[in-house]
Every structure is written in structure tokens, then in C-alpha cells.
Design a protein. Sequence first.
Length: 85
Amino acid sequence: MAALELAPLMQNARGFRGWYGLQAEHDPDAGLSIGMWDSEADFEALAKTDAYREAVAKIRRFYAEPSAQHFYNVTATVEPKAARR
């Protein structure tokens, strides 16, 4: 998977909380990437590194058009209930 090029960089970056790669159920060419960071600044610090730019260049061919970045703040979460024993 193309995103695995970025995995080690993200995992070692300050403020990284997790990442989801989503593929549309009925369109294998459509997808969405969701990265979770403590702050936009933490992501931007990684994005400015040569290692990040090189990794992105390697996977750029998998994208039909340039990606658009949007930043959101978490306002609510729902966690699963603990399993009953």
C-alpha cells in the first residue's frame, strides 16, 4: 500500500495520533486519508522535511489529482463499550 511509505515518518513525528486510509466500497479508485495530530503545527513540521516530501513524491502517482488538505478540531467522540464478561 502506498501509504506505508509514510508510516514510519508519521509514527516517529511529534504529535502524531493515528491515520486511517479509506477506500470507497464501490469505487476502488476513490478514497480518503485521515490523519490525526495534536496540532496543525505538528503536521506542518513533518510536511516541511525532505524525508516527507520524498515519500510523498513516491506515492504521488497513485493520486489522480492533487490532494486537498483540510484541518478539523475534534468536537465529539464515541468509544465502544467494554465487552461484558
